[in-house]
Unconditional design. Structure first.
Length: 94
């Protein structure tokens, strides 16, 4: 069971951190992306394992991460949350 959480978080970070870097984020803002994913990903996986549909879970993740990003990301934090999560979710389906 722990493997599922570790793989999911690892893949999410492998996708979303480079997206954030390409977005222009550095230092504190990149750390914010890392910490937001550290908080939202395990919860999202746990909720998914209980049978809750993925779309409402992802919407919650985007809202939580968008709020976190808005604290330290200057350039379109909400769009970053949408783009990075859509990309990681889309790749995760395969």
């Amino acid at each position: 069971m722990i493997e599922i959480f570790a793989i999911s978080l690892g893949l999410t970070l492998l996708i979303e951190l480079p997206v954030a870097y390409l977005w222009g984020l550095r230092k504190r803002a990149l750390l914010t992306v890392f910490m937001a994913n550290l908080m939202t990903n395990p919860l999202a996986v746990a909720l998914h394992l209980t049978g809750i549909p993925q779309i409402p879970i992802e919407l919650g993740v985007v809202i939580a991460e968008g709020f976190a990003y808005s604290l330290h990301v200057e350039k379109r934090p909400w769009l970053l949350a949408i783009v990075s999560n859509a990309l990681s979710w889309g790749i995760g389906i395969f």
